[in-house]
Design a protein around this ligand. Structure first.
Ligand code: FES
Length: 105
């Protein structure tokens, strides 16, 4: 069952970096790509760095610790099959909601 949680107002999400949020005890990176929004696990799969605080270029975010890059629209690492968890986003007016349902629960 979906667990929609209000995340942010659309104007809170910058265009050139992620917005780091703590939602349901998880660190989440919220991203704007053109006029679409995406949510991805904010803890880097490499060594736990703050990828949610990384700079973005288009749909690619770069982790500030060692430079691993991920496609925020899919969570996929740019050079391997590693994937960050992504979360569905729903826009309701100017508010963004993230489905924090944990698969398998
Ligand atoms: S912790 Fe993110 S690149 Fe190393």
């Amino acid at each position: 069952m979906p667990n929609w949680v209000r995340a942010a107002h659309v104007d809170d999400v910058p265009a050139d970096c992620g917005l780091e949020l703590v939602i349901a005890q998880r660190i989440i990176g919220l991203y704007r790509v053109e006029d679409q929004f995406f949510a991805m696990d904010g803890i880097c799969a490499h060594q736990g760095g703050p990828v949610a605080k990384g700079a973005t270029c288009g749909k690619v975010v770069t982790c500030p610790w060692h430079g691993w890059q991920y496609d925020v629209t899919t969570g996929k690492h740019e050079l391997s099959e590693i994937r960050q968890q992504t979360f569905p986003i729903e826009r309701r007016g100017d508010e963004l909601f993230i489905d924090m349902e944990v698969p398998g629960t």
